[in-house]
Design a protein. Structure first.
Length: 417
């Protein structure tokens, strides 16, 4: 029984997580979704619980995961091509919907070419590791997503410099110190930061890359992971590139599993870069793609996003998020006041964050509390995410619960098992 020796070691780690409030614990299981009715958006029913919940922690920003047309497109593609790909892409696992989706994604992002991965996490690892040569240094924002951190660990660049969050002056200073020592430099950042809703000054980032490229034989390459940005903000849903007016980022990575409401990841860039990734990226070569049904569904989501309906959804989402932010501030809550539907309510304490999450759940509201190590100590917060399936009535309901909490009227707050 060799595992017997390991169990106490793992027990110690899990106990420590419990003590420090880091344990994620038992997951809720959604057993039913009640469709929207009257003034109410969809309500979620959890296993072992009769209550119905408003979900304020879904990444399906446009509400497309529940969209009838998207579901039908998924069913149609599954009927045509089967439930799964049956193998990796180069062993006849490439279906018509994969090719159509790659074409549509590259044209949506105004890039030459696109490559699909099974998730954005795989896309980040699958893009970064083949781009790091013996002679590459990497510059990465201090608050970059875990996928970027692990992609860098995996590919072991000779030098990695972490610049303070969004600090373009530090980025430039760091790059100066790399001159003459490397052939290639990669700058990598989240687009919109999923824990904060803020985003980098992409114009300055691209200008720095351009200015310093002549000092490196293979240039300075910019990469962003805009998984929470694409389809969620910008007038036409082109995310942080649109919001900052900067479309000349070299490689844009994103997910199909958030605003587009489906599942999977991708990267868009120049033709040669994508051709190189298809031949060298282990996450592409040795791992199944998304199913043909998921690709069919994502195609429909993109069709909706690029229609007048998509513009309408984005405008509704923007207005509803602004309404929520404005009223949270009026209630006296500290928030990170950005323009994205992610609205972090800053609690700045682990125990208080856990308590507020519990209170909101008792009120029928599902939210996510963020604490260390997901966010730095002191930045503990509740991440609210507004989406298009919410109604104004839903947002008012959440605000009312928060108003009561603020006033100390915690009502029926009871200890959960
Ligand atoms: C910035 C960022 N990148 C990547 C991912 C992973 O996306 P996926 O679920 O498609 O792997 C996330 C998900 O939370 C994210 O926030």
């Amino acid at each position: 029984m060799p595992l017997e020796k390991l169990k106490p070691v793992f027990d110690a780690t899990l106990s420590k997580f419990k003590q420090t409030g880091q344990l994620k614990g038992k997951e809720d299981v959604i057993i039913h979704i009640k469709p929207a009715s009257n003034k109410k958006g969809p309500r979620y029913i959890l296993a072992g619980d009769k209550k119905e919940y408003i979900r304020m922690n879904s990444n399906s920003y446009l509400g497309l995961s529940l969209n009838d047309e998207v579901i039908k497109a998924s069913e149609k593609a599954i009927k045509n091509f089967g439930a799964g790909p049956g193998s990796v892409r180069f062993i006849n696992g490439t279906f018509a919907t994969h090719i159509q989706l790659e074409k549509k994604l590259s044209s949506f992002h105004k890039k030459q070419s696109a490559i699909l991965f099974s998730s954005a996490y795989s896309a980040v690892c699958g893009v970064i590791s083949p781009l790091i040569s013996e002679n590459t240094a990497i510059l990465s924002d201090a608050l970059n997503h875990n996928s970027i951190i692990n992609a860098i660990k995996l590919s072991k660049p000779k030098e990695k410099l972490i610049y303070p969050h969004l600090d373009m002056a530090s980025l430039e200073k760091n790059i100066q110190g790399l001159k003459g020592r490397y052939r290639r430099v990669l700058i990598i950042s989240d687009g919109v930061f999923s824990m904060r809703g803020d985003y980098p000054d992409l114009k300055t980032m691209v200008a720095i890359a351009k200015n310093y490229s002549p000092y490196f034989e293979e240039g300075v390459i910019t990469i962003i992971d805009d998984s929470h940005g694409v389809g969620a903000y910008g007038k036409t849903g082109r995310g942080t590139c649109e919001v900052t007016g900067t479309y000349n980022i070299d490689i844009v990575i994103s997910t199909l599993g958030k605003a587009l409401g489906v599942n999977g990841g991708y990267a868009v860039s120049d033709k040669k870069i994508i051709e190189y990734l298809r031949e060298t990226s282990p996450f592409y070569i040795y791992s199944n793609p998304i199913g043909p049904g998921e690709a069919g569904a994502a195609l429909k989501s993109l069709e909706i996003l690029t229609s007048s309906k998509g513009i309408g959804l984005l405008s509704y989402l923007k207005d509803l998020s602004n309404y929520f932010r404005k009223n949270l501030i009026a209630l006296g809550y500290e928030i990170i006041n950005e323009i994205h539907p992610i609205v972090p309510l800053m609690v700045r304490d682990t125990a208080k964050t856990v308590k507020l999450v519990k209170y909101l759940k008792q009120k029928g509201i599902l939210v996510t509390g963020l604490r260390y190590p997901t966010v730095p100590y002191g930045d503990e917060c509740i991440r609210f995410q507004v989406n298009c399936s919410h109604t104004k009535h839903d947002i008012d309901f959440v605000l009312e619960a928060l108003e009561k909490y603020k006033k100390g009227n915690k009502g029926d707050l009871i200890d959960e098992k």
